[in-house]
Design a binder for this molecule. Structure first.
Ligand SMILES: [Fe+2]
Length: 658
């Protein structure tokens, strides 16, 4: 929703603030049992390999995939680690039946996957795969809070085997996983930028990719790259949730190639993962390629966008990148097909791979730099409506780096690769480009009102650094840019197209006008985590972002500012806005401003609280001209019967002047 940014001399003007609150843990008992089955016993021993923990449809799920030498009924067995005795699973451990089939002929054997459901938060789990009497080793993962802030890591193109030296590529990949998770042990997702391996069906490369036990401890959110697409091994190794395997999301025969688009919601982020190998399909005239992806993304966001605060798209072929693939014809097609739709749908962040160099775009709106004044490398970016940030990951394994390439004269919008007027060495769309020939990964911090994106070094010129070990250049000093140092860091303050958050960019009122604005930028009023009081209710407090009022009218006519709040919502959970009360005050006196009276939470007096319009401040006829800054302390009291959640509501502010 777009809001008017003009001031009005008279009448009513409305703008909105978002108010967020997190209730503490309540009623969390969800039985572990959905999907619970008992695996059929099987006499034939099976060799179990390639076990990987994958992301599920949401934070209460995981998907485990593996290979089996025998075609037997198998399952995942799961129990809280605390319930294991001497490594033995308890008798009441849950089992989740596996599905799968025969592998492609080139690898032989069978693939299996099972979806673990009903996970509870703040729990360490142990699991193993197989059958009774023939279990794999035991692995472990943990869950954290199912609401609120979290971090995830994004990895570009491990592409094991691309240097021609699988062992060295594997060593770099393992080291990046070790380094990144040692620095971020509470990261909740490992998101793939695609190209897990160099050659789609080469199992020795898959074995190297899957060698780290980190991939059995942290969920991998797979993305298909151009090197994964040519066979079925990608799908066999990496089963994904909510996956649409329609032909449109393949680039070729689905019986011999991998593909599909999928989505999942992890806490406050809706992730949509696309098979960008399918990008245009003119040969058969069907709804394929980019048109199909756009229809898919539109449908998923329309159905599920309101269930998360942020939308992140993930696909392999970077459309705004700095290096070898920046001028590829196929990417220019996508660069025309995608950005306007992504802007209209309110996408916040796009994570990409394929170009093996790091870049962070400017705020891109409808395929153009949205704000010509945005400076290269800005530490904070404030996207307006339709503003999208595109990130391209560098190599996470060191198996191959692409060098940054130069802009040309093809223009500075759309499919053009022209120079950035503010930084002519860079492409017009990139705020930051970096390539040192050292391994890096991207860390994303998801917060209530911002996304913090960092590109972090996980290696130096020293081994393991496969491409450099094979003789390529390296431009990095261990002293100056050590492991763990940050290449780039940006805090993105997203605009939310549903009107829940507000960007205000109102100019000063012209002489003789009444106007008001919110002091500060697009602020989410975060009430934090509610505290339990007397074992009877929860309370959270905070302050509204101050309101600036300016009145220079000669009429000295009265004005007033009032507000009301809607229901607090978290997906399908809700409680009424009447539980919010406030105490207004004047921060900076002027313009005759007088604070209105306090309104208690409806919890205290069974009243309507702020669910109906309540005054913040007003001035009488004849008041002096000038400006005032208005504030209010917010007091939210909610009964302890309200479900745990991360709730949001909209405070609608109305100004009246005559
Ligand atoms: Fe690629």
């Amino acid at each position: 929703m777009r809001f008017s940014t003009s001031t009005q001399a008279s009448g009513s003007v409305r703008r909105r603030l978002a108010v967020g609150v997190t209730a503490t843990a309540l009623g969390l008992v969800t039985a572990l049992g959905s999907g619970l089955t008992t695996a059929a016993g099987a006499a034939e021993p099976s060799t179990l390999t390639g076990i990987i923990l994958g992301v599920g449809a949401n934070e209460t799920q995981r998907i485990v995939s593996w290979y089996s030498s025998a075609d037997t009924a198998q399952s995942v067995q799961l129990a809280p680690t605390a319930s294991l005795v001497n490594g033995e699973f308890p008798a009441n451990a849950a089992t989740f039946a596996a599905m799968g089939g025969a592998n492609i002929a080139s690898s032989g054997g069978f693939n299996r996957h099972a979806t673990i459901t009903g996970l509870q938060e703040h729990t360490a789990y142990s699991y193993r795969v197989g059958t009774e009497g023939n279990w794999s080793p035991t692995y472990a993962f943990k869950t954290q809070d199912f609401e609120g802030d979290y971090d995830f890591l994004f990895f570009g193109d491990p592409q094991i085997g691309s240097s021609g030296d699988v062992a060295k590529d594997q060593a770099g990949w393992l080291d990046t996983l070790d380094v990144s998770l040692a620095a971020n042990p509470n990261a909740e997702l490992l998101v793939s930028g695609g190209d897990q391996v160099e050659t789609a069906n080469t199992e020795s490369q898959w074995n190297a990719f899957l060698a780290s036990d980190k991939l059995r401890q942290y969920p991998w959110a797979a993305t298909i790259g151009n090197h994964d697409v040519g066979g079925k091994a990608y799908e066999q190794h990496l089963f994904t949730p909510n996956t649409d395997r329609s032909t449109s999301y393949y680039n070729g025969d689905p019986s011999t190639r991998s593909g599909g688009d999928y989505w999942y919601i992890y806490k406050d982020v809706l992730f949509i993962d696309l098979n960008s190998n399918s990008y245009s399909n003119p040969a058969d005239g069907s709804l394929g390629g980019d048109a199909a992806h756009i229809a898919y993304v539109t449908d998923v966001i329309n159905k599920h966008g309101s269930e998360a605060k942020y939308t992140a798209l993930v696909y392999h072929h970077a459309i705004y990148s700095p290096a070898s693939h920046a001028k590829d014809g196929d990417n220019k097609v996508r660069r025309v097909d995608f950005p306007t739709v992504f802007s209209k749908l309110g996408v916040d962040l796009v994570l990409q791979g394929h170009d093996h160099s790091y870049s962070r775009s400017y705020e891109i709106k409808n395929g153009e730099k949205a704000n010509p004044a945005e400076q290269p490398g800005a530490a904070d970016v404030y996207p307006g409506p339709g503003g999208v940030i595109y990130v391209t990951a560098n190599s996470a394994s060191g198996s191959k780096y692409y060098d940054i390439t130069k802009p040309d004269s093809s223009g500075t919008s759309g499919a053009g690769n022209g120079a950035d007027p503010l930084n002519p060495d860079n492409y017009w769309y990139n705020s930051v480009e970096n390539q040192e020939h050292v391994r890096t990964y991207v860390k994303v911090q998801v917060r209530a009102d911002k996304l913090v994106v960092e590109n972090v070094r996980s290696g130096t010129c020293a081994a393991p650094n496969s491409e450099v070990e094979h003789g390529d250049w390296c431009n990095n000093t261990t002293e100056g840019q050590p492991v763990g140092s940050i290449v780039d860091k940006v805090t993105v303050h997203p605009y939310h197209a549903d009107g829940q958050q507000l960007q205000v960019n109102v100019p000063s009122p012209a002489p003789g006008e009444f106007g008001w604005t919110i002091d500060g930028y697009n602020g989410l009023v975060d009430l934090g985590t509610a505290q339990e009081r007397d074992g009877a209710y929860f309370e959270a407090t905070g302050k509204i972002n101050p309101i600036l009022v300016s009145d220079s009218r000669r009429s000295l006519a009265p004005w007033s500012i009032s507000a009301s709040v809607g229901d607090f919502r978290d997906a399908d959970k809700t409680f009424p806005g009447s539980y919010l009360g406030w105490t207004p005050y004047v921060l900076d006196a002027g313009a005759g401003a007088q604070a209105s009276g306090a309104v208690p939470s409806g919890y205290d007096d069974q009243g309507a609280g702020l669910s109906i319009s309540r005054g913040l401040a007003a001035a009488e006829q004849g008041h002096p001209r000038g400006s005032a800054k208005l504030g209010a302390d917010l007091d939210l009291k909610i009964p302890d019967s309200v479900d745990k959640g991360s709730y949001r509501a909209t405070l609608t502010i109305t100004a009246l002047s005559s």
